[in-house]
Design a protein around this ligand. Sequence first.
Ligand code: PHE
Length: 466
Amino acid sequence: MENNTKKNTFSSQFGFVMAAAGSAVGVGNLWRFPYLAAKDGGGLFLVVYLALVVTFGFTLLVSDIAIGRKTKKSAIYAYAEMSEKWKFLGVATFLVPVLIMTYYAVIGGWITKYLTVYLTGEVQAAAEDGYFTSFITSPVSSVIFALFFMGLTALIVYHGVEKGIEKVSKFIMPMLLVMVVGIAVFSLTLSNTDAAGVTRNGIQGLKFYLMPSLEGVTVQRFLQILLDAMSQLFFSLSVSMGIMITYGSYVKPEVNLNKSVNQIEFFDTGVAFLSGMMIIPAVYVFSGTDGMSAGPSLMFVSLPKVFHAMGNAGILVGMLFFLTAAFATLTSCISVLESIVANCMALFHASRKKVTLVLTAIYMAISAVIALGYSVFYMEVNLPNGTVGQLLDIMDYISNSVMMPFIAFFSCILIGWIIGPKWISDEMESSGHVFKRKKLYNVMIKYIAPVLMLILAVDCKMKLNT
Ligand code: PHE
């Protein structure tokens, strides 16, 4: 085991930041952030989110990465090293990617399917009502794409930290950034007159996105915006699920973690913001505010209609958009599989190659089952948040809405009150750099973050009862 962990390191700070940003930037940035911003008063949501990034997100990200680098272990053994009694929290943390992995490759498969649609120029077909539904309910094609995506992810993880994950992330992430900026700028140049004779342009769409709308904001509504922003932040930064602990364990001792954390947050938040800029004005121009839907339907139903309405340019823009989305999802999927592989290598004292192969076989089978959750294994389950879900939504609900807030809360208690924040801040300074936001970190981890987590948990419970 010692040998295995020693061989696994990122070669440079840049490599680490790109891999971590690769994990953080995913469908959360592309389909959840823009929707929430549109729903929660535009600029108001952006300001709240930004304030949380530099306080709350910063605290959770610092904690995960520092735990990883200090212990040089993945979640299960990292928590055991912090306190033998708290090993249970490491096990719970390990279970989050175990659950996420069951469905992430399925979503990756959907995106790959749409990429092939635009590569073959079927813009019109993709814009038709029912196209997405007929694809996910087809028992063959949805499974094939999920298996392909799972296989691609596994191939990269199989090649290891430096030659697999780091190499791919260093190539993909800068390209992703260029494409997001390009599409966002293009979005602002759009203009369209609808059947009723109303003309809307991209700049008006941008205003809709950026202007803080304070209309009808009550204390309760503000609290809701705060909670939306907070749960989005968790998911978006890939914190409290052991992934950043695993990646942190691969960082060399001389790397300045303060700088790395800032860069990861900047990258993740920047791409989220730019995603809003590419999606909201485009949807606004062609569909008004009605097209702003949440989750998969934004990406697979509303946007294909927008691309179709763009005419020929839509083929290229659609292709670039789904390529961006595929890149974002691939690097996130890699991080999920990697953290399971790392934990299993330590648990079973086995080699990376062996563990990766076994896990790939298992997850290919599970991904197929989840993909078939819209056809052969279709079911309707009422989830506590009031939505009706299939297999994929159930896995997503348990991992993100139930387990992550629970893990974050107890991690704050463990660090803030049992082993003490100094354990973390020492690691932040171990490379000889100053931990500038040490005081903020201490206050956040001991008092504010646990209270915020409790509010989030109570809110979930209230939704459960209503
Ligand atoms: N952080 C990713 C996003 O914003 C989501 C993700 C969750 C990635 C869990 C990996 C693991 O979309």
